[in-house]
Design a protein around this ligand. Structure first.
Ligand code: GDP
Ligand code: MG
Length: 787
């Protein structure tokens, strides 16, 4: 090891542990490192590199974290001295039974009891890290009463519901966050919700098996001075491994009620609800929000924070911000809070002087000093109250699974195998089976309605509208519901077990080359099945830029509804090479997607993909309730779309197809308005070799559902021979490429609109059509040269 160059995380050997000395980087990213526990003095172990050599998996504060190699170089370390396992001083201490809400369970004194007036609605924010069991707890607390909406102005899901058994309450499931620093859009949303909407209480859920990192958020929430209760989740796992938590001691040290629960097994949830109602009703604020130690390092941080608090006292009150929270955020260097406080120039300078003085005395910069203060308190708290098992069974199991799923040689084959199995089961086994059933059901229903309408002598246009328009159009889209639900079932399994995080870890390096990060792989993979759930799955992406870019690229992944088109045209024109051509089309879609991504990267989506600082949770079995809940939501989402946008556009197309310009029904589709319109746009396709109105009509109906391209062309041409006579093989090749790339179907466009808004949806349509036209033209010209 060279002594001239300072050592960084990069220089650690696999399995070795180092102590952090410096944390480089700047701004929000650096704050994020600190918030995730990478602070000076922390011990970090290098677990492994991803199969492609980047990113790497680390262990810090008892959990697994990913970091890109380039970011790791910014973190200076020295060899660690204290590698010995430290025995907690809580070992051997007995924790008496946890008191309920009796004499001992009261957290306020009579004198400052200020109950809210009877009948005041109690609103709760459910806040916690990602993967700590928030969704599971939320579903337990609310039962089936929740509703999903959007946080105003952003497309992050907002789920809220009534706490079961307590009418007049509302609990909102906030996005999973690691700190109250505005890093990802979700953290901004959560922070704004708590600061602006002022819930009457906070339920903070904490993963007890990963308690140090989780408590970091807890302390920031306590600084907000909002009544709060702490839910220690995953107690079943902790206890099962011989760990324990001295709950009473923890309550005493924190000054808030602490309730051990297991959300998965629904243990302790009722008690948690009772405590939550109680603290909100009596507005019992945390008993302490002061975590600075007046003796540590000469009290530098302590004096600084208290000085700042006095300095900004009136400004914080005027801005409606909790004083302590505002002070720590100011010292951390939070621009938003600084702006909100509206300090005078003189005060700003004074603030700066106070902070600089602290940095000098403490020997750490401002952000690191605050993070260090929090982790120092957590360390003390955990030492006194938590008895940890040596290595939990769950972690040992995760390590074994990861040896294969993120192993150097096994990761990619495992990934391909798992995805192949998911698609096979979805599209060929369960989904196909259910889809056939659904189609039969729709057909039977159509038949019944058809004969009933005939019997009642319903007029021809109405009859046609209902049968050909509504049942035909909505029905064909509806028949996709089973496939979508089954696909989401598997994907939610992969997501909730923790495998998706591993896929992102394994694929990150590859995706970075086109300007995305590992997490974008998931929506794109789903896109091969169906663009609609693919676009919906992009919600999990942390950065807005990545999300938009991923959504724009997902439609390039050839969806399953295009298969019939490929099959039909290949059989007609290139029967000897159909397999090869189909595979080629899939790869062409990916290739064009990559090209477009590269163009995006250099133009409208300039800048880096978000840093890949991500937790790798232990593998866990997802709860059946969670999965059922999610499936129901996705199905509802899809049905809503089917019965609004698709319903409407179906009727429009049916009208255009069935009526002539004189608004009477036509017998021959050639005289319909649709044919006229198709005739108008047909010349656009002349350079590509298929400027035939019948093909244009097929392409227009394909906008509703890709499968209908084939059915329309079949009907309008009458026979394959007629089609063969109408266009050349070169034109057919161009048509194949055009169908691969042109606008996603109405359902997909509707979901893009729902995620990003109308402008982006229009953008996707224009982009795809433009790219398809150009690629079609190139194909046509290339084929003309060859044949
Ligand atoms: P979220 O990301 O915070 O919403 O967490 P989820 O509710 O999705 O839970 C993450 C994983 O932890 C899922 O696989 C759950 O089944 C599991 N889980 C949640 N609560 C518990 C618990 O109390 N005990 C155990 N053993 N697992 C749990
Ligand atoms: Mg969740």
């Amino acid at each position: 090891m060279s002594t001239t160059k300072t050592m960084t995380l990069r220089d650690l050997e696999i399995g070795a542990t180092g102590t952090v000395t410096t944390v480089g980087g700047e701004g929000a990213l650096r704050q994020h490192f600190l918030d995730m526990g990478v602070i000076p003095g922390a011990d970090i172990t290098l677990v492994k590199y991803a199969p492609m050599g980047d990113p790497m998996e680390l262990r810090v504060h008892g959990y697994a974290l990913t970091l890109r190699v380039a970011d790791a170089e910014k973190i200076g370390i020295r060899p660690s001295e204290n590698t010995k396992y430290k025995v907690s001083s809580a070992v051997g201490a007995a924790d008496p039974a946890h008191p309920g809400l009796g004499e001992d369970g009261k957290y306020h004194v009579q004198a400052d009891e200020h109950p809210l007036p009877e009948g005041t609605p109690l609103t709760f924010a459910l806040a916690g890290n990602q993967n700590c069991g928030k969704t599971t707890l939320f579903n337990q607390l609310t039962g089936a009463s929740q509703h999903v909406g959007n946080f105003p102005g952003v497309t992050v899901d907002r789920k809220s519901g009534v706490v079961r058994g307590y009418p007049g309450t509302e609990i909102t499931d906030l996005p999973g966050i690691y700190s109250m620093s505005p890093y990802s859009s979700e953290e901004i949303v959560s922070r704004q919700f708590i600061l602006n909407e002022k819930p009457t209480g906070i339920i903070n859920i904490v993963d007890a098996t990963n308690i140090e990192r989780n408590l970091y958020l807890t302390m920031q929430l306590m600084e907000l001075d909002v009544p709060m209760v702490l839910a220690l989740n995953m107690m079943d796992e902790l206890k099962g491994n011989g760990g324990a938590i001295l709950v009473n001691k923890m309550e005493e040290m924190l000054g808030i009620p602490v309730v051990p629960i297991s959300a998965l097994r629904n243990e302790g949830v009722d008690e948690l609800a009772r405590h939550a109602i109680h603290i909100a009703k009596y507005q019992e604020r945390p008993g302490r929000n002061d975590f600075c130690d007046r003796d540590s390092h000469g009290g530098a941080v302590h004096r600084c924070l208290h000085g700042v608090m006095h300095l900004i006292d009136d400004h914080a009150a005027a801005a409606g911000l909790p004083r302590r929270f505002a002070a720590t955020k100011l010292v951390e260097g939070d621009e938003a809070i600084l702006a909100a406080l509206n300090l005078s120039q003189n005060e700003k300078e004074m603030l700066e002087h106070i902070i600089v003085q602290m940095e000098e005395e403490r020997g750490l910069d401002r952000a690191a000093a605050i993070a260090d203060m929090r982790f120092a308190f957590i360390e003390k708290l955990v030492d006194k109250t938590v008895i940890k098992p040596q290595e939990s069974r769950e972690h040992a199991r995760s390590r074994k699974i990861d040896a294969v799923l993120t192993g150097k040689y096994t990761a990619l084959p495992a990934f391909i195998g798992i995805m192949a199995a998911v698609f096979y089961l979805t599209f060929n086994v369960f989904g196909a089976w259910l889809q056939t059933g659904m189609e039969m059901g729709i057909e039977a229903l159509t038949g019944v309605v058809d004969s009933a309408m005939t019997a009642w002598g319903v007029s021809a246009p109405v009859h046609s509208l209902v049968i050909d328009g509504i049942f035909g159009g909505v029905g064909s889209v509806l028949s996709f519901l089973p496939v979508i639900v089954v696909l989401f079932f598997f994907l939610s399994l992969l997501e909730d077990t923790g495998y998706m995080a591993r896929v992102a870890f394994v694929m990150d390096k590859l995706l970075r080359k086109i300007g995305l990060s590992g997490r974008s792989i998931v929506p794109m993979l789903i896109g091969f099945g169906c663009t609609v759930p693919g676009v919906m799955a992009s919600r999990t992406l942390p950065s807005d830029r990545d999300r938009k870019m991923t959504i724009m690229l997902t439609p390039f992944m050839s969806c399953s509804a295009k298969l019939p088109i490929y099959g039909f045209l290949c059989d007609a024109f290139f029967p000897q090479h159909s397999g090869l051509i189909m595979v080629g089309l899939y790869f062409l879609g990916i290739a064009v997607g990559i090209l477009v991504a590269l163009v995006f990267k250099g133009t409208m989506f300039r800048g880096e993909a978000v840093p890949f600082v991500m937790e790798l949770p232990n593998y866990r079995m997802p709860g059946a309730k969670n999965v059922a809940q999610l499936l129901w939501e996705k199905a509802k989402d899809f049905l809503q779309r089917a019965f609004t946008i698709i319903f409407f556009s179906t009727i429009v197309i049916w009208f255009l197809q069935s009526f002539g310009l004189n608004f009477s029904m036509v017998d021959d589709p050639e005289h319909s308005i649709l044919a006229l319109l198709a005739g108008l746009i047909a010349p656009i396709f002349a350079p590509l070799g298929f400027g035939d109105w019948r093909i244009s009509t097929g392409l227009i109906t394909g906008f509703l559902a890709k499968e209908s391209v084939v059915s329309t062309i079949e009907v309008l041409f009458g026979s394959v021979d007629a089609l063969l006579a109408a266009i050349t093989p070169a034109a057919a090749a161009a048509l194949l490429v055009f169908c691969l790339l042109y606008t996603p179907c109405a359902a997909a466009v509707a979901s893009v609109r729902q995620e990003l808004g109308g402008k982006w949806a229009a953008g996707v349509v224009l982009l795809q059509c433009g790219v398809a036209w150009i690629c079609g033209l190139l194909t046509y010209m290339a084929c003309m040269l060859v044949f």
